[in-house]
Design a protein around this ligand. Structure first.
Ligand code: GDP
Ligand code: MG
Length: 598
C-alpha cells in the first residue's frame, strides 16, 4: 500500500489528435515504467481499431513511479479515458476515479469541441486542472493565442500552463513535477469498510473479466469475498494487481489506489461501470451517479449471405461478452431475411461493432438506417418506446410522437460558419448560442438526435473541409410532427426500408429513396410501381416500366450500358437477389437506398 500523500491520480483531457496518447507514452517512458526496448507507440491504445483510428474506446490505466525533485517517490496513476461522446458516461466515471486532469491543447490548433466537452466532465468531477500546451516543436505553435483561448472559452487560469513537445520530450519533466505539486493527493480512510468504484471492465480469454477499481476507503486483499452493490452478487477475488501497463500482481490495494481484480466472472454484463464494490458482509453507501448502460441508437444487422446467419449470431454473442452496453435481439425481415436488431451507445459505437463483425469474423453485413428511440404516446394514455420503425402502431391509435433532442456544440473557423449554420438549419436545428473566440466561432444548437444519426458528421466534415469539431449531449424528449414512412415495391411494403421522419422532410427522403430503387431494380415482365407512403397516402412515386418480351434486342439499344451493367451485376450476385412481392430486388438496391446521402 502507498501512503495517500504519495499518490496522484489523474487523467488527460484532450481533443482527438492533440497528443494525448503520445504524451502518455512519453510520461511512461521518461519514468522507465516500460523498458526502452518494449516501448511501442501508443502504449495505451490496445484494440486494433483504436490504433488505426487513433481513438481510445476503453479506459486504460497505467501506474508510474516518479522520483520527484523533493526527493520523494510518488505513485502516479493515469487513467486514459475515451474521448468520444458515445462513451460520455464511461468518461464521467473514469473522471470520478481521479482527482485531477492534464488539459492538453495542441498549440497549433487551439481549443476544440471535444476539449470543451471533456473539460466539462473534469470540472463536474471537481478536478484540479493543469493546462499543457503540446506540439511546441512545430513552427505553427502559438502558445499565447492558445492561453488566451483557454482563458476565454474555458474560463480557467492558463498562466501556469506547461509548454510541451510530446514528440521531442521537451517539458515532460515539468509536467511530471506539476502533477505532483499542483494536483491534490486522494483522500480516504484505511480503517473504514471497503468501498471501491468499478471504473471499467473487459473480457480476457485467460482470466475472465478484468475489473478496474479505484479504492475509496478500506483495503482490498486477494482471496477475499466482495459484493457488487447494484446487483448484490458475491465474487471470490482470485487476483489483484496494478497496470505498468502490463498486469503486475500485488497483495493488496489501499485507499487512493487504482488497480484491477479478477474473480472468475464470465461476462462483462455482470460488472457495471460506476457500481460500488465492498466486502461480502459490509454495508456502505453506494457511490452516486450510477447508471445502467442505455443504448440510444438502433439498427438492423443482416448477413449479405443468408447462410451466415449462425456465424453472425456467434460473433454477436462473442462481442456482447465484452460489451455490456451493446444490446441485440433476433429480427426477421421479409426483405433481408434473418438478422439482429442491435442497440448502441451512439454512431461510433455502431461503427466499431459493425467493423469488428466484418473484419474479425469475416461476415459481410447489410445495416439498416440507424434509428433512435421514439416515445409513442397512444390515445389510450399508454406510452411505448419504439426501437424499430417497422413496429410503429397504426397511426389512428397514436396521439403523438416525441423524439430525443441533443445539445450540439460546434467549433469552426469563421469562413465555414455559414455552411455549418445552414446544415444545422436543414437538420431542424434551433440555434441557442453563437460566440466567437479569435477567428473561430462556437455555435450551440438544439437538434433532433435522429437528424444527427443520418450522416450529419460526414456532412459537417465535408462542408468544413474537416476543420469543424463537434460534440453533443442528450437533453430530453420533445413532441414533433413525426411519421413513419414506408416504401412499397409492387404495392408491398419493404419492411427494412421503413423509417421515422419529420413530416416536412418526408417528401424529400421518400423521393430520394424511390429514385434510387428505380435505378437499381432490374425491369421485369410487368410494370412495377415504387412508392413512398405515409399511412395510406403516397408521397413519392416512380414506375419501372415493363420489359418488352418481343423486342429484347431493341430494348438493349436505348440504354444498353445501363442494362449491361445491371445484367453483369445480376450474374455476379444471383444469390444476392431477394424475391419481394414477385419482384427481384438486388441487395445492392437496399444497401444504396439505406445510405441516406440525400
Ligand atoms: P490523441 O488522439 O490525442 O491520442 O493524439 P496522438 O497522441 O495520437 O497524436 C496525434 C498526432 O500528433 C500523431 O501523429 C502524433 O505523432 C502527433 N504529435 C503528438 N504530439 C506531438 C508533438 O509534440 N509534436 C509533433 N510535431 N507532433 C505530435
Ligand atoms: Mg489517442
Amino acid at each position: 500500500m502507498t501512503d495517500l500523500d504519495k499518490i496522484r491520480n489523474f487523467s488527460i483531457v484532450a481533443h482527438i489528435d492533440h497528443g494525448k496518447s503520445t504524451l502518455a507514452d512519453r510520461l511512461i517512458q521518461s519514468t522507465n515504467t516500460v523498458a526502452e526496448r518494449d516501448m511501442k507507440a501508443q502504449m495505451l491504445d490496445s484494440m486494433d481499431i483504436e490504433r488505426e483510428r487513433g481513438i481510445t474506446i476503453k479506459a486504460n490505466t497505467v501506474r508510474i513511479d516518479y522520483h520527484a525533485k523533493d526527493g520523494e517517490t510518488y505513485v502516479l496513476n493515469l487513467i486514459d479515458t475515451p474521448g468520444h461522446v458515445d462513451f460520455a458516461y464511461e468518461v464521467s466515471r473514469s473522471m470520478r476515479a481521479v482527482e485531477g486532469s492534464l488539459l492538453v491543447v495542441d498549440s497549433t490548433q487551439g481549443v476544440e469541441a471535444q476539449t470543451l466537452a471533456n473539460v466539462y466532465h473534469a470540472i463536474e468531477a471537481d478536478h484540479d486542472l493543469v493546462p499543457v500546451f503540446n506540439k511546441i516543436d512545430l513552427p505553427a505553435s502559438d502558445i499565447d493565442r492558445v492561453a488566451e483561448q483557454v482563458e476565454d472559452v474555458i474560463g480557467i487560469d492558463a498562466s501556469g500552463a506547461i509548454a510541451v513537445s510530446a514528440k521531442t520530450g521537451q517539458g515532460i519533466e515539468e509536467t511530471l513535477e506539476a502533477i505532483v505539486t499542483q494536483l491534490p493527493a486522494p483522500k480516504g480512510d484505511v480503517d473504514a469498510p471497503l468501498k471501491a468504484m468499478l471504473v471499467d471492465s473487459w473480457y480476457d480469454s485467460y482470466l475472465g473479466v478484468i475489473v478496474l477499481v479505484r479504492i475509496i476507503d478500506g483495503v482490498l486483499k486477494k482471496g477475499e469475498k466482495v459484493k457488487f452493490i447494484s446487483n448484490g452478487t458475491i465474487h471470490h477475488v482470485d487476483r489483484i494487481g496494478v497496470f505498468r501497463p502490463e498486469m503486475q500482481p500485488v497483495d493488496q490495494l489501499g485507499p487512493g489506489e487504482i488497480g484491477f481484480l479478477t474473480a472468475s466472472i464470465k461476462q462483462v454484463r455482470d460488472t457495471r461501470v460506476g457500481d460500488t464494490i465492498t466486502h461480502q458482509r459490509s454495508e456502505v453507501e453506494p457511490l452516486d451517479g450510477f447508471q445502467p448502460a442505455q443504448p440510444v441508437v438502433f439498427c438492423g444487422l443482416f448477413p449479405v449471405d443468408s447462410s451466415q446467419f449462425e456465424d453472425l449470431r456467434e460473433s454477436i454473442d462473442k462481442l456482447a461478452l465484452n460489451d455490456a452496453s451493446f444490446s441485440f435481439e433476433m429480427e426477421s425481415s421479409a426483405a433481408l431475411g434473418f438478422g439482429f436488431r442491435c442497440g448502441f451507445l451512439g454512431l461510433l459505437h455502431l461503427e466499431v461493432i459493425r467493423d469488428r463483425i466484418e473484419r474479425e469474423f469475416d461476415i459481410e453485413l447489410i445495416t439498416t438506417a440507424p434509428s433512435v428511440i421514439y416515445h409513442i404516446h397512444m390515445k389510450d394514455g399508454t406510452k411505448l418506446d419504439l426501437h424499430n420503425p417497422a413496429d410503429m402502431p397504426d397511426v389512428t391509435t397514436v396521439d403523438h410522437v416525441a423524439e430525443p433532442r441533443i445539445k450540439a456544440t460546434i467549433l469552426v473557423p469563421d469562413e465555414y460558419l455559414g455552411e455549418v449554420l445552414k446544415l444545422c438549419q436543414d437538420r431542424r436545428g434551433i440555434q441557442e448560442d453563437l460566440t466567437y473566440a479569435g477567428s473561430r466561432a462556437m455555435a450551440v444548437y438544439d437538434l433532433p438526435l435522429n437528424e444527427v444519426v443520418f450522416d450529419f458528421y460526414d456532412r459537417l466534415k465535408s462542408v468544413t473541409k474537416g476543420y469543424a469539431s463537434f460534440d453533443y449531449q442528450l437533453t430530453g424528449y420533445r413532441q414533433d410532427n413525426l411519421v413513419k414512412m414506408s416504401v412499397l415495391v409492387n404495392e408491398e411494403p419493404v419492411d427494412a426500408l421503413s423509417m421515422m421522419v419529420h413530416r416536412d422532410r418526408a417528401e424529400a427522403r421518400g423521393r430520394a429513396m424511390v429514385e434510387k430503387l428505380k435505378d437499381l431494380i432490374p425491369r421485369h415482365m410487368f410494370k412495377i410501381p415504387i412508392q413512398a407512403a405515409i399511412g395510406g397516402k403516397v408521397i413519392a412515386r416512380e414506375t419501372l416500366s415493363a420489359m418488352r418480351k418481343d423486342v429484347t434486342a431493341k430494348c438493349y439499344g436505348g440504354d444498353a450500358s445501363r442494362k449491361r451493367k445491371l445484367l453483369d451485376k445480376q450474374k455476379a450476385g444471383k444469390k444476392k437477389m431477394r424475391q419481394f412481392g414477385k419482384v427481384d430486388i438486388p441487395q445492392e438496391a437496399f444497401i444504396s437506398a439505406l445510405k441516406m446521402d440525400d
